[in-house]
Design a protein around this ligand. Sequence first.
Ligand code: 4NP
Length: 157
Amino acid sequence: MKQKILFVCLGNICRSPAADGIMHDLVAKAGAEGRIYIDSAGTYAGHTGELPDPRMRAAAARRGYNFTHRARQIRESDFYDFDRIIVMDDYNYESVHRLAPSREYSNKIYRMCEFFTTFAERWSHVPDPYYEGAEGFELVLDMLEEGCRNLLADLEQ
Ligand code: 4NP
């Protein structure tokens, strides 16, 4: 059976679609598409249907990624459909936790920083780059590349 992973942030236009795109790339390179399914969502519905933020797409394109996800809001049924729901920060964690159908389902919620190695020393969340400069997007991509590599290793062990 496929392992199903849902990445979640606030708007689903910066951090979680980037994690989604990076993970798609890693899974494809590992030939693991038959074993791992990936999607992303936001806790806030205001950007529904939008492509990722142009600044994120530009930063990602410089690293060879093409992010094509269309934003959607997380829904209660995601707790039934996914095995792991991976949030970017504590604010996302609280919002997603409130949506969990029961305590048992809240065990599916993980924080992205749980998969950090070098970034774990200084960071316990993935910072929101929406109101930051270009360097914010580079930092987020660096963090997500490390986190997704470690997440894939965890899923494949
Ligand atoms: P994201 O970034 O949660 O990483 O997608 C944001 C996108 C939009 C907003 C905030 C954060 N917003 O306030 O519209």
